[in-house]
Write a protein of this length. Structure first.
Length: 259
């Protein structure tokens, strides 16, 4: 966990939660931008670089960590959760479990259901998800090296931000088999009923060419979270906060000012 506080009283505290097989490094462009005016907290999810582990194939270990971190100070601080992919799922679950904790949520690359259902096509085929889980158990390092480029479009892979992301995580040795339970949790997620209980003001930012969580999943969230707004960055993949950082930050900044 990292806490960055402004010199002047901040209007709210931003909590950044990363996605699967990553850590807080992914938010470097947002931390640089928003720590000027807001208090910022970054948290590494269980099994993602810290000593704690993701102990069961549900979201509960991560939700518990977020609630333990924020709840003691919830009467003194106003929180806005900013989450990517799995981190967005964690924030949605935490918001449902503790409805008064967040004033706002900003969700990117988010989905209420990671695996396709008969009535939810904007997700990964069940066979691909199961194969990825098996591959992680057989050879986690090889599986991750194949997964990281999937966060970007072909054009984005030529950009500095995507290259830095892949290089950075390819060098880390702290993940691998520790990520299996969190991947199982991601595969098991179906939050379609729960998201209707979210009361925090919500902004959903989605890459129009997201190949991990298709943009239809973000649109579904916007239609089923009361009062949510939806922004598509048409040429972006799964990580627009990296490859379209200026545009992403502009949308976030506008949302925060209007809270």
């Amino acid at each position: 966990m990292t806490i960055i506080q402004t010199l002047n009283p901040a209007p709210c505290t931003l909590l950044f939660v990363h996605g699967w097989a990553a850590d807080s490094w992914v938010w470097k462009y947002q931390i640089k931008e928003f720590s000027k005016d807001y208090d910022v907290i970054t948290v590494d999810l269980p099994g993602h670089g810290g000593k704690d582990r993701w102990s069961e194939p549900t979201l509960q270990p991560a939700v518990k960590k977020v609630l333990q971190l924020l709840t003691p100070n919830s009467k003194l601080r106003t929180y806005v959760g900013i989450g990517w992919s799995l981190g967005a799922s964690v924030l949605m679950a935490a918001s449902v479990k503790s409805p008064d904790l967040f004033k706002g949520l900003i969700l990117t690359g988010a989905t209420p259901c990671f695996v396709k259902k008969d009535d939810f096509p904007w997700a990964q085929p069940k066979g691909i998800a199961k194969r990825m889980l098996k591959d992680m158990k057989d050879d986690a390092a090889k599986t991750l090296s194949g997964f990281y480029p999937l966060n970007f479009t072909e054009e984005e892979l030529k950009k500095r931000a995507a290259k830095e992301f892949i290089k950075y995580y390819s060098k880390l040795k702290t993940q691998n088999s520790k990520l299996i339970s969190s991947l199982e949790a991601l595969i098991n997620i179906d939050m379609r009923n729960d998201i209707k209980k979210i009361g925090a003001r919500t902004l959903i930012i989605h890459g129009g060419m997201d190949g991990v969580c298709p943009a239809g999943a973000g649109e579904y969230l916007a239609e089923n979270i009361k009062g949510a707004s939806f922004k598509v960055l048409k040429e972006s993949g799964h990580a627009p906060f990296l490859t379209r950082a200026k545009e992403f930050n502009k949308e976030v900044g506008r949302f925060l000012k209007n809270l």
